[in-house]
Unconditional design. Structure first.
Ligand code: ATP
Ligand code: MG
Ligand code: ZN
Length: 522
């Protein structure tokens, strides 16, 4: 039997539609907020697979509307978030829902929200708050062909980085109401690094490090070729100090890299300052971190430290203390430059092109490199070596022993500084860019075994030395390619077209033979 509603004239509904976006991995997907206001018992219902924050939007929207001088319609209000199958998370739905209610109840003109996306959180008092992932939202709004985007005022400079979009930054729902009504013009927005200045935090300089010529040279070589680096040495020799100075010697981020880093930090909720991020990231997770903390995970996949370090440095201090499981999880991201996290039907892909810098003691007590001080037995050394072996170590091209600086070295002026080393790195990178453009790599570290043997040209003496080291069994095939890559970088630093014998000698010294008790006795 067909059931027909007996009150056809009293249910005339008003429908409003507003586009917003939902963060998905590092991207965002369009969501249409549909609001239907009709006569009936007063009710306010949100449907469409929202998480807890979305369901709680009801209370914030009601409070914000009433406290901003608007009327909250005493009718039946149904909010639908489409598409229904997409899980919606976050608090960015508050503002579009409130605006859709205003449009559906005739309190703002429907046309004013037709070509603009809206994204923002509301407080009960009607203040508009910024949300994570604003840059990703703005880029998606531009791709979707919308004319404009409304966000919280402090997020407007970030949204404007997407370009080609009228960004409206508002402080409150009442202000937005006046703008949508045409009573007030949208405030102008300057894209880029506007907003509050970032904390100055003077970047640490290599000039703070006394002595350590060979360790600083290893930092220079690693940075020049984009090689992963292991600093090995006794406690208090300055390993952590050196690692923190690595981002400073890397080339500046180009525009695309800076946008990518900004998008990542915004989605992760760690963006400060409101504009473009211009420094290379430096991430130093504690050794108790889990595998998913390191590479990303969670019910709605969130980026891990490997992604937060994208285009920058991932520093693993006390490498031997990290869990085997966590270190194994780093393998794919190190190898591929990205990681894919699969949750149910969805796969999130996170980029992970970072430079790995690790530090470790040479043995459990820490003093294997200092004659007579080490208290460890051979089993301790063997255990330590085992912890530092495996797939991760295979990806570390440069290993350097950081020795205790002498009293003279501590008192002497610094051997170099960040600006000098950085200039060398920049020149070496420029040489690589020329040579590697055809191979599709950005720096020597990204050359795989086949490519490195094809691309790297050796002088006769260099070739003979490498062959001798390989034939006498002191190099594995993998180590052979690693030495070749590092030697190429050393030649780039020297401005040489072909790799010379001296470059191979230095590369051999930077491959990090395991510290053995025999060496201690010597
Ligand atoms: N070469 C150096 N030049 C100047 N200061 C140094 C040097 N080495 C160590 N220091 C001083 O010692 C402190 C400890 O250094 P750092 O934390 O880098 O050592 P570490 O090798 O990481 O030690 P641990 O193995 O205990 O982590 C630094 O903060 C610095 O003040
Ligand atoms: Mg340390
Ligand atoms: Zn020891």
């Amino acid at each position: 039997m067909l059931f027909r509603d007996p009150r056809p004239s009293s249910v005339a509904a008003v429908l409003a539609r507003i586009t917003t976006f939902c963060i998905d991995g590092l991207d965002s997907r369009p969501v249409v907020v549909e609001v239907d206001v009709r006569a009936g018992l007063p009710a306010f219902v949100i449907v469409g697979l929202g998480d807890l924050a979305v369901r709680e939007a009801r209370e914030r929207v009601r409070g914000a509307l009433l406290n901003s001088g608007f009327e909250f319609p005493q009718r039946r209000i149904v909010v639908n978030l489409a598409p229904a199958h997409l899980r919606k998370n976050g608090s960015g739905f508050d503002l579009p829902i409130a605006c859709a209610v205003l449009a559906a109840s005739g309190q703002v003109p429907a046309a004013s929200v037709a070509r603009r996306a809206i994204h923002g959180e509301l407080s009960l008092t009607g203040e508009v708050r910024g949300c994570r992932g604003t840059l990703a939202v703005a880029e998606a709004a531009r791709r979707a062909g919308l004319d404009g985007l409304v966000v919280a005022r402090e997020r407007a400079p970030e949204a404007a980085l997407a370009g080609d979009l009228e960004v409206v930054g508002v402080g409150s729902l009442a202000e937005l109401g006046r703008i949508l009504d045409g009573a007030e013009a949208p405030p102008p927005v300057a894209p880029g690094p506007a907003g509050p200045p970032r904390p100055p935090g003077p970047a640490p300089d290599l000039a703070d490090v006394r002595g350590q010529w060979s360790a600083i040279r290893a930092v220079e070589v690693a940075a020049a070729g984009g090689h992963n680096l292991l600093l090995r040495g006794a406690p208090g020799t300055g390993k952590t100090m050196l690692a923190r100075r690595v981002p400073g010697v890397l080339p500046p981020l180009d525009r695309d890299e800076a946008i990518e880093v900004t998008r990542i930090q915004s989605v992760a909720g760690i963006l400060t300052g409101g504009g473009l991020v211009e420094e290379r990231p430096f991430r130093a997770p504690h050794h108790t971190i889990s595998a998913s903390g390191l590479v990303g995970g969670g019910a709605s996949p969130a980026p891990g430290e490997a992604t937060l370090a994208h285009h920058g440095v991932l520093f693993l201090d006390e490498l031997s203390e990290f869990g085997r499981h966590a270190l194994d999880a780093l393998r794919q991201p190190l190898e591929d430059g990205h990681v894919t996290i699969i949750r149910g039907q969805r796969a999130a892909r996170f980029p992970t092109r970072f430079m790995l810098v690790a530090a470790t003691n040479p043995c459990p007590c820490g003093y294997a490199s200092e004659p007579g001080r080490c208290r460890c037995g051979e089993p301790d050394h063997a255990r330590h070596r085992r912890r530092l072996s495996g797939p991760l170590m295979d990806r570390i091209d440069v290993v350097v022993d950081v020795e205790r600086p002498s009293a003279d070295a501590l008192a002497a002026p610094p051997v170099t500084d960040t600006a000098t080393v950085r200039a060398h790195v920049l020149a070496a990178r420029a040489r690589q860019a020329e040579r590697l453009a055809a191979a599709g790599a950005a720096c020597n570290a990204h050359l795989d075994g086949g490519a490195v043997r094809r691309v790297v040209r050796l002088e006769a003496a260099a070739r003979a030395l490498l062959a001798r080291s390989y034939d006498d069994g002191s190099l594995s095939a993998r180590a052979h390619d690693r030495v070749l890559r590092v030697a190429r970088t050393i030649a780039d630093l020297a401005g040489a077209d072909a790799v010379a014998e001296a470059h191979v000698v230095e590369a051999l010294n930077l491959r990090g033979e395991p510290v053995s008790p025999a060496r201690r006795a010597a």
